[in-house]
Design a protein around this ligand. Structure first.
Ligand code: NAD
Ligand code: TYD
Length: 345
């Protein structure tokens, strides 16, 4: 039985990864460290096989906790733990720098101390900044790092720490860079679950700017399969872009949700833009396709239908995560901007 160490396994993507590995790799045991911040939720792990999954509540920045938790000679560390929401990083960057950079360094140090065989850093296309509208430019693994938000800057810095651990200390590392994920259990501060929740309760759908920003959407399980293949088949020191070639304007995503829920487009409210809002993300996943044999399996229409159904069937989950903290966040982020928005078709 092999053992892997997963951080952030109670979050959106980390919990999908834990499920996938337990379902599809019977010889793997998982030790899962998560601080259970506002975005972490043990309900995300409901029903997983407890005989092969050990959950530890703890902070990746806490060196003693991490050293105590990482198993000797583990097969791999998969680092999902992060502060992950761009809007929150604009409001305050401190936690982003702490968790995303310092936390990653603590994990790299633990990987060396515990002789972990491979370190997989789960990164994001956002480290590469923004592409021009309507161009045929794509992010490749050789694109320059040009992060534009404090979140993206912290993830880029984490990548540099990973690179340095390999070059300086010879740690075996792989980095994955994925685009925007969607699927069950995503915290409703992100575009798709926020719009599903608001549409379902006939509240306004706040779209930033002109709604023409482009994101490259991928179903969460496809991302997780790519991470696993990068671990199994990736070359040491390499970066692998993961993307489903599914660029969409935000407004089209929002209207697709309204149509699926049979709600009027008039619920859309265009509000003041996010500062520094990246215009377009678009990933060239050729390296993952050719070297890893990775391909996305879930079509956008099917993934969106499954996601909406999951939120409809899991109202209790939604209510539990929409805590007082969430309501305060929502008020601060949206109330004034919604009040100032002009009606537009
Ligand atoms: P999330 O916010 O849903 O989950 C993050 C998890 O990390 C939570 O469970 C939280 O409790 C935990 N965490 C936060 N700080 C911690 C700390 N100091 N110590 C231990 N645990 C901590 O995020 P997500 O969307 O699941 O993203 C997971 C990873 O994937 C992140 O590294 C993110 O940068 C990356 N990523 C996300 C996307 C996306 O579209 N969501 C795309 C590409 C890459
Ligand atoms: P988000 O889900 O926050 O992901 P990211 O910023 O990492 O891409 O946002 C996706 C897109 O949707 C982004 O262009 C910002 C936009 N957006 C809105 O228009 N309204 C919203 O309320 C949110 C949360 C996002």
């Amino acid at each position: 039985m092999g053992v892997i160490f997963v951080t952030g396994g109670a979050g959106f993507i980390g919990s999908a990864f834990v499920r996938l590995v337990l379902d599809e790799r019977s010889g793997i045991e998982i030790v899962d460290l998560d601080a259970l911040t506002y975005a972490g939720n043990l309900e995300n792990l409901a029903g997983v096989d407890g005989s092969r999954h050990t959950f530890i509540k703890g902070d990746i920045c806490d060196r003693d906790t991490v050293m105590g938790a990482v198993p000797e000679e583990a097969d791999a560390i998969f680092n999902f733990a992060a502060e992950s929401h761009v809007d929150r990083s604009i409001y305050s960057a401190d936690e982003f720098l702490r968790t995303n950079i310092l936390g990653t360094q603590v994990l790299l140090d633990a990987a060396r101390a515990k002789k972990v065989k491979r370190f997989v850093q789960v990164s994001t296309d956002e480290v590469m900044g923004s592409l021009p509208d309507d161009s045929d430019e794509y992010f490749t693994e050789d694109s320059a790092l040009k992060p534009n938000s404090p979140y993206a800057a912290s993830k880029a810095a984490a990548e540099f720490c990973v690179r340095a651990a390999r070059k300086t200390h010879g740690l075996d590392t792989v980095v994955t860079r994925c685009g925007n994920n969607y699927g069950p259990r995503q915290f409703p501060e992100k575009l798709i679950p926020l719009m599903i929740a608001n549409a379902a309760s006939d509240e306004p759908l706040p779209v930033y700017g002109d709604g023409m920003n482009v994101r490259d959407w991928i179903y969460v399980d496809d991302h997780c399969r790519g991470i696993w293949l990068a671990y199994e088949r990736g070359r040491s020191g390499e970066i692998y872009n993961i993307g489903a070639r599914n660029e969409m304007h935000n407004i089209d995503v929002v209207r697709a949700i309204l149509d699926a829920l049979n709600k009027p487009h008039s619920l859309v409210k265009f509000i003041e833009d996010r500062p520094g809002h990246d215009r377009r993300y678009a990933i060239d996943p050729t390296r993952s396709e050719t070297e890893l044999g990775w391909n996305p399996k879930v079509k956008w229409e099917d993934g969106l239908t499954a996601t909406i159904r999951w939120y409809q069937e899991n109202q209790a989950w939604v209510e539990h995560v929409r805590t007082g903290e969430y309501r305060e966040y929502y008020k601060g982020m949206y109330d004034a901007r919604l009040a100032a928005s002009e009606p537009r078709s």
